[in-house]
Design a protein around this ligand. Structure first.
Ligand code: GDP
Ligand code: FE
Ligand code: FE
Ligand code: FE
Length: 195
């Protein structure tokens, strides 16, 4: 893995080491998978492959940050206090971007927004937002009923990949009676509904 020094004053080796120290081996492998799949999706969709690969690599940087640290940041950094009604599944993207900015020293707004949106998606989605959102779902390490179909759809058309993923996620959340974050719901209405 090698990231040019375009998006952080840290060296590539420093970013990789910091990322590795912030998560277990399984999560780290997932991040490498998302990075590689983000690169592929970028090539297919006329987006900068190196930038997509970096965004994919760091997307779950904060996934295993202790909940107390998230709660402190949500309270002290003026995040929407409704976030306190959710958990790390939602926090690690929206609030995780804060840790990525502070600890990996990434300032690029496109990368930070893609990280914020990678779990819930949103009504407005840039090409990079879609790439990271979809790559997270279909990277080679993912194994769930329907993943082959998800890959086929996403590699054929990125927007269709976003819609497929949101339909699958809403289905999962409703089946398991999980609380739906408003942005997930709004994103479903925007990207998944077939009129
Ligand atoms: P991961 O970090 O690679 O595991 O993947 P994601 O960041 O995409 O998703 C993390 C978890 O958040 C998954 O289990 C999703 O099903 C879950 N999730 C996504 N949207 C929502 C939502 O609106 N509400 C809740 N409660 N969970 C959600
Ligand atoms: Fe995630
Ligand atoms: Fe995701
Ligand atoms: Fe992920």
């Amino acid at each position: 893995i090698n990231f040019a020094k375009t998006y952080s004053p840290l060296t590539s080796a420093e970013i990789v080491a910091q990322e590795k120290s912030n998560m277990d081996e399984k999560r780290f492998k997932h991040c490498i998978g998302v990075s590689e799949t983000s690169r592929k999706l970028a090539e297919l969709n006329d987006y900068d492959p190196d930038k997509a690969a970096l965004a994919g690599f760091i997307h779950d940087y904060a996934k295993q940050v202790p909940p107390e640290r998230f709660i402190k940041v949500i309270k002290e950094q003026h995040f929407d206090q409704d976030l306190l009604n959710y958990n790390r599944a939602i926090w690690h993207g929206i609030v995780g971007a804060y840790f990525i900015e502070k600890e990996l020293k990434i300032t690029d707004p496109e990368i930070l927004t893609a990280i914020r949106r990678h779990t819930t998606a949103d009504v407005e989605m840039s090409t990079l937002d879609k790439i990271v959102f979809v790559a997270d779902f279909i990277e080679p390490g993912r194994d769930f009923p329907g993943v082959e179909e998800a890959r086929k759809v996403a590699f054929a058309n990125l927007d269709d990949g976003v819609g497929f993923e949101l339909a699958h996620t809403l289905d999962f959340l409703i089946t398991n009676r999980k609380k739906i974050y408003p942005k997930t719901f709004a994103a479903y209405n925007k990207w998944a509904v077939k009129d």
